[in-house]
Design a protein around this ligand. Structure first.
Ligand SMILES: *Cc1c(COP(=O)(O)O)cnc(C)c1O
Length: 413
């Protein structure tokens, strides 16, 4: 469900025609629907009603301040993977006590920053990282609350680049090693074990690996509690898939059942780290047709958005729906929608049946809220696109379009 709908032959976001936004801010631009963001949060929160839990929005999916602030107002916790994300969350007005910090390569500076700010817990991913966290905490005369991210070694059956729970993955600690690390942590005075964590991948559409992972982690939680560890949090990560094309992920209600059932009777506070599910279909990438061209093999529509604005098609061969904002009458044609970047991978959509398009026509790339702007780059010296947040019949620019001067800041000749 989202709030981008066709009205009188043109696409709107809530109460605003997309053509009006393009006129005001130019293209390309990301357009977010606050009603969609808030609805997703409310529906997920409702699905976990009655279960002691916190929703920790996964900042890397979309780290825009206005989006973080919107979720902070809904009562969200936050899942971060860098010191930069911690600064963003703080700047958005969120309480650092509601932050969990994951990632395989936290630096000592990032650990110190997070400790001083008083985050809820570190999700630690290796023995050496655990050692480093202990040293940093003792130097600051603090105790670092931590969970180990365990790797339950289940196949999440998602794209290999976004599976994180395979035996060969760089993420987490194997279950067996985790047991000995928890035991070892008792000798480290800078640390307090407060939980256990796992995250097996992203864009998960199959509930079985979710259930297997949570069941394994819940069993370990029980054992550790029995062994006297004062654990409180059971973090099941994020990863619930969304529909880009025809995927059929479990419903939010079903997902909540699957991940909370193994926790029954544990007395744990459940942490859930949704990213894509909250923001994915809450935005579109609004772009304009620059040129059409025809080769002996194909028809192309060249638009002003590119792989630097939306990397997912090039990186994961991901599918994003593409639509004309105001479809013209006439027979649909099969086209490749390509960007201006000098890479053959810079195709946003292949073999799409689209209504006739002409120079200057507006087109949207759907489901551009997650891993879109947050992965955007300046490749080909392209300034990053602005972000617009719609609320009802109003909209505002929440991040301005970068300028060419922004691109060269800090450079010398
Ligand atoms: C990326 C990530 C998430 C969010 O994943 P989604 O698929 O966007 O829900 C949650 N937790 C961790 C540790 C992550 O790295």
């Amino acid at each position: 469900m989202n709030h981008f709908e066709s009205r009188r032959g043109a696409l709107w976001c809530e109460g605003v025609p997309l053509s009006r936004i393009a006129q005001a801010v130019g293209t390309p631009a990301y357009v977010y629907s606050s009603a969609t963001l808030e609805r997703h949060y409310a529906v997920l929160s409702q699905a976990f009603h009655g279960i002691d839990h916190h929703l920790c929005y996964s900042v890397k999916a979309c780290s825009t301040l206005a989006v973080l602030k919107l979720f902070a107002r809904q009562g969200a916790w936050f899942d971060i993977v860098s010191g930069g994300e911690l600064e963003r969350v703080s700047r958005a007005g969120a309480d650092p006590a509601r932050v969990v910090f994951a990632g395989v390569g936290k630096t000592r500076d990032e650990m110190a920053l997070a400790l001083r700010r008083g985050i809820a817990l570190f999700n630690v991913e290796s023995a050496e990282e655990l050692q480093a966290l202990d040293e940093v905490a003792r130097r600051l005369k603090r105790k670092a609350p931590f969970a180990l991210r365990v790797n339950p070694e289940v196949d999440a059956r998602t794209h290999r680049y976004i599976a994180t729970g395979l035996k060969t993955s760089k993420f987490g600690v194997p279950l067996k090693e985790a047991r000995s690390l928890y035991a070892h942590s008792r000798t480290l005075r800078g640390l307090t074990a407060v939980g256990i964590d796992s995250h097996i991948g992203s864009q998960l559409t199959d509930e079985r690996p979710m259930r297997e992972a949570v069941t394994a982690v819940a069993a370990m939680y029980r054992d550790l509690r029995a062994a006297g560890f004062p654990l409180r949090y059971l973090d099941v990560g994020g990863g619930l898939g969304i529909t880009y094309r025809a995927e059929r992920p479990p419903s939010v209600e079903r997902y909540a059942q699957v991940v909370s059932a193994p926790l029954r009777g544990l007395g744990a506070t459940l942490l859930v780290e949704p990213g894509r599910m909250l923001v994915g279909n809450a935005a579109v990438l609004l772009t304009r047709v620059l040129y059409r061209k025809r080769t002996p093999a194909k028809r192309f529509v060249v638009v002003d958005a590119a792989m630097n604005d939306l990397m997912r098609p090039a990186l994961y061969e991901a599918y994003h729906g593409i639509e004309a904002v105001a479809p013209r009458a006439g027979a649909r044609q099969k086209v490749d929608v390509a960007g201006p970047v000098c890479e053959s991978a810079d195709v946003l959509g292949k073999d799409r049946l689209l209504p006739p398009l002409e120079q200057g026509d507006l087109v949207v790339v759907r489901t551009a809220g997650a891993y879109a702007m947050s992965m955007a780059s300046n490749y080909n010296s392209r300034p990053r696109a602005p972000e617009v947040l719609v609320r009802g019949s109003k909209f505002r620019v929440v991040r301005q379009r970068e300028t060419v001067n922004d691109l060269m800041r800090g450079e010398t000749t």
